[in-house]
Design a protein around this ligand. Structure first.
Ligand code: EPZ
Length: 487
C-alpha cells in the first residue's frame, strides 16, 4: 500500500482513537513522545526521533488544572551562565538547568570550541558541569547561531578570555530584526577591534580595558555580554541604561562567585572592576519566571485550583498587577503561587516594557487570556516589532483580534473552538497551548519544536495536573489533519 494512502489510513484510523486519548490506539512510547507504530521500521527514522522536529500536540480542551505544577530553572539565566564558563579555566557547576532544546544547543556550541560540558539529568538534579580549560576554537558557527540567537552571548567572554572571537551574525528572527549592534558598540568601547566578513563578526583585543558604556536601548543579552567581557578587562567599566531583568542579576551573582567585582546589577547602572583571572564556581540558576507566568495564566483560564511551585513570585510583580485588574484570585508565598477558581475575567490593557514592566515574553500568553475576558483589551508590544504571529492562529480558534502595527485589540469573551494551528516561535506556542486548553474539541498544534526550545516537558507537566495533551511524533512532513468534528 503506497505510503501516503497508508498514512491517510493510519491518520483517519488514528483520529477517532485519539479522541479516546492514551491507550486507545497501539501507539509506541519512546522517550516523551508517542509514535505511529508502523513508521518505526527503519533505523534512520529511529535516529531522527531524537530531533522530534515534526512533533505535534493534540490537546482536548475543557479540563480544569488541579494540583501542583513545578517550574524549572530559567532558560534565559542558564544560557548566559553557561557562556560565563568561557571566562575561566576552572570548572563551573550549575544547578537547576532546564532540560530544553536551547540548553542542548548551547552545550554543542561550547563543545565545538573545545569545552567539556556534561549535562546530568535524572530525578530532579539538573546539574551541569562545564570546563573551558582548552578553548582551541573560539568560534560560534552559523549552523548553531542560526538556531539560537543567544549563541552570540559567547562573543564578549571569548574576546576577554582568548583575545579573539569569530561569531556568526544571528540573522533574522520571527519576532523582529534583533540586531546586535549594541553588543559590538560596547565591546569596541572596551578596546576590541571588530570587523564583519562573510556573515561573521571577527573580533580581537590584546586585553580589553575598562570604559564608560551607555546603551542607546535597554538590551538584556547586551548587558550580560558586556558585563562578562568587562569582568576580565583592565580597569573599571561603568554601564548605564542597563537591563534590570532578574536573569542579569543572577549572572552577576555567578560572576562574583567566580571572583569578579560587579555592583549594581538589577539597577540601570552597573559597575565592574576588572580582574586578571576568574576562578570556578558552584551556582544554582533562578526559576523560570516566564514558565511560571505561563502556568499561572493557564490556571486563570481553565478554572481549576493550581499551585505553581519552585518559582520566585518576587519576579512576577507586573503580571500579578494585571491579574488583579482582571479579577483573578491568587495568593503566593516565598516560592509558589496558588490560583483559585471562580473568577470572571475582566479586560485589562497591557503594554510590554523592560523589567520590571510587563514582560514581552508574557504578551502572547496574556493575549490568550484576553480572548476569555469580558470587554476589549488593548495589547501594545513595545519591545519587538513583529511579535503578534500568534494572533492569527488564535483567530483561527474563534478569537476576535485586530492587529494594527504594534497594537492588537482583543474583544472578549469569545468561546474558542479547536482547530489545526501552527507554532511560529517559543512564546506564541505557549499561547496556543493555553488557548487549546480552553477550546471546545481537540486542537492539533504543529511545529511544537518551538516550545521544546524553552519549556521542559510541558505536556507531561500539564497532564500531571489534569490537562488532556498528547505529543504525537511524525517523521515525514505532511499537511496537518483537521481535528475531529472541525471541517
Ligand atoms: C532577551 O533577548 C531574551 N532572550 C528574550 O527572550 C526576551 O524577549 C528579550 O530579552 C526582552 O526581554 C534571552 O535572554 C536569551 P534585547 P535579547 O536585546 O537580549 C533591540 C524568549 O522568549 N536591540 O533586550 O536578544 C532588539 O531588537 C526570548 O525566551 C538592538 O536594537 O533582547 C529589541 O527590539 C525571546 N540592538 C530590543 O533591543 C542590540 O544590539 C530588546 O532586545 C540589541 C537589542
Amino acid at each position: 500500500m503506497k505510503t501516503s494512502s497508508k498514512r491517510r489510513a493510519i491518520r483517519s484510523a488514528a483520529a477517532p482513537a485519539v479522541t479516546q486519548f492514551p491507550g486507545s490506539f497501539p501507539l509506541i512510547k519512546r522517550g516523551h513522545a508517542t509514535y505511529w507504530p508502523d513508521l518505526l521500521d527503519d533505523h534512520d527514522s529511529i535516529a531522527s526521533l531524537d530531533e522530534n522536529l515534526m512533533d505535534k500536540f493534540i490537546i482536548r480542551g475543557g479540563n480544569p488544572l488541579v494540583g501542583t505544577i513545578r517550574v524549572s530553572g530559567a532558560k534565559n539565566a542558564a544560557l548566559p551562565a553557561m557562556a560565563a564558563s568561557i571566562l575561566t579555566e576552572e570548572p563551573v557547576i550549575l544547578e537547576n538547568i532546564p532540560d530544553v532544546r536551547d540548553i542542548r544547543t548551547e552545550r554543542s556550541l561550547l563543545q565545538s570550541m573545545g569545552a567539556e560540558v556534561e549535562l546530568a539529568y535524572g530525578g530532579d538534579v539538573h546539574r551541569t558541569s562545564l570546563c573551558c580549560r582548552n578553548l582551541s576554537n573560539p568560534e560560534a558557527a552559523y549552523d548553531l547561531v542560526k538556531t539560537m540567537r543567544a549563541s552570540t552571548l559567547v562573543l564578549g567572554p571569548l574576546i576577554a578570555r582568548t583575545g579573539r572571537a569569530r561569531v556568526s551574525l544571528p540573522g533574522g528572527c520571527a519576532i523582529g530584526a534583533r540586531p546586535i549592534d549594541l553588543h559590538i558598540k560596547g565591546l569596541e568601547r572596551l578596546g576590541a577591534k571588530i570587523t564583519q566578513e562573510h556573515g561573521y563578526i571577527e573580533a580581537s583585543a590584546e586585553r580589553l580595558h575598562g570604559g564608560q558604556i551607555t546603551f542607546d536601548k535597554i538590551t538584556v543579552t547586551g548587558t550580560e555580554d558586556l558585563m562578562m567581557a568587562a569582568a576580565l578587562a583592565d580597569g573599571e567599566t561603568v554601564m548605564e541604561n542597563c537591563a534590570r531583568e532578574p536573569e542579569v542579576s543572577d549572572l552577576a551573582s555567578l560572576l562574583n562567585k567566580m571572583g569578579a567585582h560587579i555592583t549594581g546589577a538589577g539597577t540601570s547602572t552597573i559597575k565592574i572592576r576588572g580582574v586578571k583571572k576568574l576562578g570556578g564556581a558552584h551556582h544554582r540558576i533562578i526559576p523560570d519566571r516566564i514558565e511560571a507566568g505561563t502556568f499561572i495564566i493557564a490556571a486563570s483560564l481553565t478554572g481549576g485550583d493550581l499551585t505553581v511551585a519552585d518559582c520566585d513570585p518576587s519576579h512576577l510583580g507586573a503580571l500579578f498587577n494585571k491579574l488583579q485588574e482582571c479579577g483573578v484570585a491568587f495568593s503566593f508565598n516565598a516560592d509558589s503561587v496558588s490560583i483559585t477558581n471562580g473568577h470572571t475575567l475582566k479586560a485589562a490593557d497591557i503594554s510590554t516594557e523592560e523589567y520590571p514592566g510587563f514582560p514581552t515574553d508574557m504578551q502572547a500568553q496574556y493575549m490568550a487570556l484576553a480572548t476569555q475576558a469580558e470587554g476589549s483589551t488593548v495589547v501594545t508590544e513595545n519591545i519587538f516589532e513583529n511579535r503578534f504571529m500568534h494572533a492569527q492562529e488564535l483567530v483561527r480558534m474563534g478569537a476576535n483580534i485586530r492587529v494594527e502595527g504594534r497594537r492588537a485589540v482583543v474583544r472578549g469573551r469569545t468561546p474558542l473552538s479547536a482547530a489545526a494551528v501552527q507554532c511560529s516561535d517559543l512564546r506564541a506556542s505557549a499561547s496556543l497551548v493555553i488557548a487549546a486548553l480552553v477550546a471546545e474539541g481537540e486542537t492539533v498544534l504543529d511545529r511544537v519544536y518551538h516550545i521544546d526550545r524553552g519549556y521542559e516537558r510541558i505536556e507531561e507537566k500539564l497532564r500531571a495536573v489534569g490537562a488532556q495533551i498528547e505529543r504525537i511524533g511524525e517523521l515525514f512532513p505532511k499537511k496537518s489533519p483537521s481535528p475531529v468534528g472541525v471541517a
